[in-house]
Design a protein around this ligand. Structure first.
Ligand SMILES: Cc1ncc(COP(=O)(O)O)c(C=O)c1O
Length: 339
């Protein structure tokens, strides 16, 4: 294979050797197949193309400090994909099939797993789509489950340095009783308008407020929000937020570090009271936020005045990364070693 400059990788697609595919037909899943094609022939009337029957996941494989191949909380991704499948009336992918496909995709592409210490990881993308043809709006009768991998660098080019975020009010990512709490393609299509608006204004990502009242913080692009004050980790509760596995893990780590944890509706007016704020997710890890601007009112909230991440964000970041890469004890049993 070609040589890769691991420490310069962007967060983007890079071709690897193979991917893994299963098909759901006549009420059952096929055995996984390994394919060296990056393409999937698909019926022009497939429900995923027309009616959005498409869900996905995102997790990473880490090359540990001792050279082992580590997955972080894959069971949570498998459970979230099952929840997304139920939300779009697709068949659930059983956990053992999910694990087999993820493990096979990683180990078959092991040359693409970035070495320890490069800051890069192998991003794993499981995808579940309706491939059966329909023209009336209804669930398909055939589905594909595909797992591919791609080596990635940091999601935000700033890495573990403060980013600037813009509150966007003139588009909604998800409705309160819609699909925001599951990981489905349509949410990301709906988020493009706000994302591009934020980028055009010179900001790294859009912050979405709740769609109904425009009062509470929902999410930041493809990451959850957290704020820290008085030794307390605060993260929004909302029916339209994707439950982030990173956020869930940070709550456990925060408690373990002696902090309090509050999961509750978080009005954006509370922003000035936070000592530190950040975005968290598999791709974003912990990304400290240095500035949040309200694009409509021009109001600005400034954090990290010295340009550096706050001490709590740093502590949580180091704990999380330590567990993922094996420099910290895996005391919550979050890691599965697959090689
Ligand atoms: C909308 C959205 N919110 C939050 C997250 C973070 O979730 P996780 O920590 O499970 O990656 C993601 C990424 O998966 C996302 O797409």
């Amino acid at each position: 294979m070609e040589s890769l400059e691991w420490s310069k990788l962007p967060f983007g697609y890079h071709k690897t050797k193979v991917n893994v595919r299963c098909f759901y037909r006549d009420g059952k899943w096929s055995e996984p197949e390994i394919s060296d094609s990056e393409y999937l022939p698909i019926h022009i009337s497939a429900t995923s193309l027309h009616y959005g029957q498409a869900a996905f996941e995102g997790l990473k494989a880490y090359r540990g400090v001792k050279g082992d191949v580590r997955l972080f909380r894959w069971q949570e991704n498998a459970a979230r994909l099952r929840s997304s499948a139920r939300g779009l009336f697709m068949p659930e992918v059983p956990d053992d099939l999910f694990f087999t496909c993820v493990k096979t995709a990683v180990l078959e592409n092991i040359d693409y797993l970035p070495p320890y210490g490069t800051g890069a990881t192998l991003y794993i993308r499981p995808l579940l789509i309706g491939i059966g043809p329909e023209i009336g709006v209804k669930p398909a009768n055939e589905y594909a489950f595909i797992v591919f991998v791609t080596p990635v660098g940091p999601y935000f080019k700033e890495g573990f340095n403060p980013v600037k975020i813009a509150i966007v009010r003139d588009s909604d990512r998800a409705a309160p009783l819609g699909t925001g709490n599951i990981k489905v393609g349509g949410n990301y299509a709906a988020s493009l308008r706000g994302m591009l608006k934020a980028h055009e204004a010179g900001y790294s990502a859009a912050m979405y407020l709740d769609s109904k009242y425009k009062k509470f913080i929902d999410e930041i692009g493809a990451a959850n929000f957290f704020g820290i004050k008085s030794n307390t980790y605060v993260t929004p509760y909302s029916s339209s937020i994707l439950p982030s596995i990173t956020n869930k893990s940070l709550q456990v780590l925060a408690k373990d570090l002696g902090m309090k944890v509050e999961v509750r509706p978080t009005p954006f007016e509370e922003l000035p009271t936070f000592e530190e704020v950040g975005a968290c997710g598999t791709a974003a890890i912990i990304t400290p936020i240095g500035e949040i601007v309200d694009l409509d009112t021009g109001e600005k909230f400034i954090f990290c005045p010295d340009g550096k991440p706050g001490k709590y964000s740093k502590m949580l970041y180091e704990k999380l990364m330590g567990i993922q890469f094996g420099t910290e004890e895996d005391k919550f049993n979050w890691i599965t070693v697959i090689g």
